[in-house]
Design a binder for this molecule. Structure first.
Ligand SMILES: C[S@@+](CC[C@H](N)C(=O)[O-])C[C@H]1O[C@@H](n2cnc3c(N)ncnc32)[C@H](O)[C@@H]1O
Length: 369
């Protein structure tokens, strides 16, 4: 059994916990922006392949108090990295954050952890200096309230990099956030989905993947696939199992955007994701919007002033949305924006709202269902 941890965007912990349980994770502990769990090698591979909201899957090497460099060093020295990395494998301390902690210098923390791990690896394999010429075992750290969480990253590139969005226009939504919105919208394969500001198509593509039960990370690789400590067959086995879970459904998703480049890009990305035959996109300004089919679930990330437009331009768009969409009738609407005046400008109060973060930008998902 491994103790594992997945970070996620704030607000998506519940969705992630559901996905981890579904993949076989046990003894879950949910904290802000993270879910810890126990799981086998297979569970680790399955979460990497199937989770739509996890940012990565880490193996917990240690969690210890670290108010100063001495305790940080001792904690790292007690972290059993040699259970995973072989004699000649590399273990770069690639990244980390310090939040509300006394130790704030990231490079100094990185050096201290590296030194301690190098001593431990040297002792374990009886070498003076580890060669680090083999496979890469990326080490991450998080210092929070003077406590250090040290992990081995099994994912490599962050999991929102599914592999289908090589190109994007301005202000694309992160795939993991789009997937979280879709989950909060309870998207099912019988729903009619529309995104009137589709940009590079992320919300439509993530919706199609969910509706067809396609594992979002099936077509990418992971750092741990090359590790000698795990059975190499598990990845192929889990990929095959994921393929068998794909549903054949008759679905159509509708996208609009006023930018013709967005129309082309959405189709290109959908093709890469293997869902282009389900997606219809047209160049259309929101001023000409009508529901392409009724009932329709509109899930969207309209432009907001901070990223693309002036305040007035964004507000005009929200007013136009209200003019074109209200009354909603049997249709449903899920809008993410950082503009807290959205309900007033749109012209109707949402039934619910959820705080979500688009990177560092605090946003709200306004739910009209
Ligand atoms: C925040 S981006 C959406 C990003 C998208 N979710 C993605 O992942 O790429 C907003 C999109 O709204 C489009 N847009 C701006 N004004 C518009 C309007 N008046 N009517 C329709 N689309 C508009 C922009 O071209 C842009 O692609």
């Amino acid at each position: 059994m491994l103790r594992l941890v997945c970070p996620c965007l704030f607000g998506l912990e519940k969705t992630l916990a559901f996905e981890i349980r579904r993949a076989g994770g046990e003894n879950l502990a949910v904290r802000d922006g993270k879910v810890f769990f126990d799981g086998s090698e297979e569970t680790m591979a399955r979460v990497n392949l199937t989770s739509s909201c996890a940012e990565r899957v880490g193996i917990v090497l240690g969690e210890f108090s670290s108010p100063d460099f001495d305790t940080l060093f001792e904690g790292a020295l007690a972290s059993p990295i040699e259970q995973f990395a072989g004699r000649d494998d590399a273990f770069p301390v690639v990244g980390g954050h310090s939040v509300n902690s006394r130790l704030t210098s990231i490079p100094a923390v990185q050096r201290t952890i590296k030194k301690a791990l190098a001593i431990r690896m040297g002792k374990a394999y009886k070498v003076q200096r580890p060669a680090e010429t083999g496979q890469v075992f990326p080490v991450h750290f998080l210092l929070q309230k003077d406590s250090c969480l040290l992990t081995l990253d099994t994912s490599g590139d962050r999991l929102h990099k599914r592999g289908y969005r090589a190109a994007s226009l301005e202000a694309p939504i992160r795939e993991t956030l789009a997937a979280g919105m879709i989950d909060l919208a309870h998207v099912r394969s019988f729903d009619n989905i529309c995104d009137p500001f589709c940009g590079s198509g992320t919300i439509l593509i993530e919706s199609a993947l969910k509706m067809l039960n396609i594992a979002p990370n099936m077509n990418r690789s992971f750092a741990a696939e090359k590790w000698g400590c795990f059975d190499k067959n598990i990845w192929e086995k889990e990929r095959l199992a994921a393929k068998e879970q794909i549903k054949q459904e008759d679905i159509t998703l509708y996208g609009f955007d006023k930018d013709p480049a967005a129309v082309r890009l959405t189709m290109e990305n959908a093709r890469k994701a293997g869902v282009d035959k389900y997606i219809k996109v047209q160049q259309r300004d929101i001023a000409d919007f009508h529901f392409p089919i009724i009932p329709c679930k509109v899930i969207t990330n309209p432009p907001y002033a901070k990223r693309l437009l002036t305040e007035e331009q964004a507000e005009d768009i929200y007013r136009t949305m209200g003019e074109r969409m209200l009354p909603l009738g049997d249709n449903r609407l899920y809008v993410i924006t950082s503009n807290e005046d959205f309900p007033a400008l749109f012209g109707e109060k949402p039934k619910k709202e959820r705080k979500l973060y688009n990177g560092m930008l605090k946003c709200r998902l306004y739910i009209y269902d």
